[in-house]
Ligand binder design. Sequence first.
Ligand code: PEP
Ligand code: MN
Length: 337
Amino acid sequence: MIIVMKPLTPESEIKRMIEKVERTGCRVHLSKGDNYCILGLVGDIAGVNISNFESEDSVEKVLRVTDPYKLANRVFHPDDTVIKVRGSTIGGKSITVIAGPCSVESEDQLMTIAREVKRLGATFLRGGAYKPRTSPYSFQGLGEEGLKLLAKAREETGLPIVTEVVSTSLVELVASYADVLQIGARNMQNFELLKEVGRCGKPVLLKRGMSATVEDLLMAAEYVMSSGNPNVVLCERGIRTFENFTRNTLDISAIPALKRLSHLPVIVDPSHASGRWWMIEPLSKAAIAVGADGITVEVHNDPANALSDGEQSIKFKHFGTMMESIRKIAAVDGRTV
Ligand code: PEP
Ligand code: MN
């Protein structure tokens, strides 16, 4: 349920209304824009009598929110959420480009990639230190050593770092190095992990599970947000379908759907969606054209010898041409990269 207050309602009246809501046992999520003030009710609204609020002079209208996600819902927060990370932002008029290797492999590899993607216009550096691999025999990541290398690359390039956390016991450690914590597709419904990253205070990049619906993804975001962390970035990274030419199927329609249903920034991962390096540029263009706030792409100095996901990693040359292409697409609706 949301209570839309009349424009120019004084602070004292808003406070009185919040207290009135809290007496019903619900919590209030206050959302204020230039021309609106909305009290979103979180909790069990079964015992709330709508007419008790509709009859208040300062209330414009009261609406029931039937969707199960509330804090992530656009009706709770009509303006787009813009997340500040160090000097950069995610959401709004500028396009976020997160680039880097699938896995951090060595100092030389990471520093080479970090310098090049920075030069070509990336706004964040990605790289996995803890890798959730399908096979237990595949490279599992460098662990804390990888986090240290990411921090070193940030120090030199200034790029904030995005890296995955795979278990509750690692949240504190990963958060002490990372600027943005990634929750991978395989962990999208690991609810204990979602609650833990919800408590940690660092922005979260939440990747859609490979068999998750748009609503499942929004409910996963709701877990993080209801644990105290409003800074969630949604990521469409392809879903499992009968098609096996590509690694997954990029659900391009999920982007306008998520932008309509939620105020959270939405980014696209064309690398894991396609599994093929030569699809990265066209899929990135498509993502920006349909309104994504950014992309996350795997870039490698030597894809043929990468320890993970080489076949979907682009070389620097292709990252450069992809950046040029998405700049043109972004300019069509007044956005910049
Ligand atoms: C990744 O981004 O490195 C990754 C493992 O992606 P996903 O969780 O989407 O498979
Ligand atoms: Mn990968």
